[in-house]
Write a protein that binds this ligand. Structure first.
Ligand SMILES: [Zn+2]
Length: 421
């Protein structure tokens, strides 16, 4: 059994105690149980304290209920602990204060939500940088939550006293407790002067002023409740710095004030959407023009592959073939051009692109034009050491052997005429 000094004095950071037992904690580290401690172990939504014990680092504290508080110790002097030793403990005050601010802040915010909207808090979690409560708040809105935050801050700035009482179940039953306790027997009740009574085993500020300030970061509906993310005191300031820096960086991009940055970003996003639509329309036009040029060249025998025999093969049934390899043309652009070529009667597009160290291929043909694009694509992809496929009229693929891309396109062109040469 460990006497828990933090119950009677949440501001105690230094104490002397005797080692009661030693054991291993998660393998390599040492677990130390003392007859008394000021270290708070994880519980009630509040994380453990850290600090030092006889100069060794306390990296975690675990509540073993009736078996006391287990201090997980790390560092050179850990081996030198022995049962019966007198040791000096020191709790990291900054971490403890930060936790007390969140915890006490939560009591105040929860009571504010309860008073204003009859909305009880069902759970509380303290995370790495922020905290959250799940509240039975119906029809949540920014306005409602800000009203609760305003009331909470008024109570903080009135610097009311925070008292810890020990109450029998009968005494507790007479108190206006905000929530019921699952515990049996003697109950620890935290009172915030003329505001809130809650059963709680955590560490709290002496006065509400110590909490400093409370802010709500965001809220969302979760599991049928309203989940509110908040920060108090030290965490509220740290969060303000982060948010302020982000807002200023965004504002600097537009050379405007911090408050106008979101509006500018929204306008820019809208403009970007409009431009993207315009670019797409222009690309369609460009693809049509380019397709016509390529088809004209193919008809003169200039652009098609240097393969007279294949070109004059009557088996092609007068098909006009555009076989080309481009540099740095993305898949979308290649597809668009292939479709534009294939929109001409009797036309076939066999296109390739070297892009980012990859070979890309798109084959397409007009309805009624000869050739199975999917079959040709599989053969071409074997040459560039990749994979592809599609339908008889349109197929796509690619591979890693960029050096053999032109060869793959030539093979497809021959395959069209010669029946798979
Ligand atoms: Zn509490």
């Amino acid at each position: 059994m460990t006497e828990r000094l933090y119950y009677s004095d949440s501001h105690l950071t230094e104490f002397d105690a005797s080692v009661v037992s030693l054991g291993e904690a998660d393998g390599a580290r040492l677990g130390v149980v003392l007859d008394r401690t000021a270290f708070y172990p994880t519980g009630g939504g509040q994380p453990f304290d850290t600090g030092t014990l006889a100069g060794a680092r306390v990296v975690e504290c675990v509540d073993r209920e009736d078996d006391g508080v287990l201090h997980v110790v790390e560092g050179a002097r850990a081996e030198s602990f022995a049962v019966g030793d007198r040791v000096h403990g020191r709790v990291d005050w900054q971490r403890r204060l930060e936790h007390m601010q969140q915890h006490t802040g939560q009591h105040i915010l929860s009571q504010a939500l309860f008073r204003l909207f009859d909305a009880p808090t069902r759970s509380f979690r303290m995370m790495e940088r922020v905290c959250e409560v799940d509240v039975e708040l119906r029809d949540p809105s920014d306005e409602k939550i800000e009203r609760a935050v305003d009331l909470a801050n008024r109570v903080i700035w009135e610097d009311r006293e925070v008292r810890a009482h020990s109450a029998t179940p009968e005494e507790a039953a007479r108190l206006p407790l905000r929530k019921d306790s699952a515990r049996e027997g003697e109950l620890r009740v935290i009172e915030i002067e003329n505001f809130d009574f809650s059963p709680c085993g955590g560490t709290h500020a002496h006065r509400t002023g110590e909490v400093g300030v409370i802010v709500a970061r965001s809220w969302e509906r979760a599991k049928g409740m309203t989940r509110i993310e908040f920060a108090a005191g030290i965490r509220a300031v740290a969060d303000y710095r982060l948010a302020n820096r982000a807002a200023r960086e965004a504002a600097a991009l537009f050379s405007v004030g911090r408050e106008e940055a979101a509006q500018h970003a929204a306008r820019l996003a809208e403009e970007n959407k409009r431009l993207a639509r315009r670019v797409r329309a222009l690309e369609e036009i460009a693809a049509r023009v380019e397709a016509e040029e390529l088809l004209a060249e193919a008809a003169e025998g200039g652009a098609a592959l240097d393969d007279e025999a294949a070109r004059d093969d009557p088996a092609r049934g007068g098909a006009r073939i555009v076989a080309r390899v481009f540099d740095n043309r993305d898949a979308e652009s290649l597809r668009r051009l292939a479709s534009a070529v294939a929109s001409h009667a009797g036309a076939v597009a066999l296109l390739g692109s070297r892009e980012g160290g990859e070979a890309r291929l798109v084959f397409a043909r007009a309805k009624g034009a000869p050739g199975d694009m999917s079959a040709l694509m599989r053969e071409a992809c074997a040459i560039v050491e990749g994979r592809g496929g599609g339908r008889a009229e349109m197929a796509q693929g690619g591979g890693r052997n960029v050096a053999r891309l032109a060869e793959a396109v030539s093979a497809a062109a021959r395959g069209l005429g010669g029946g798979g040469a």
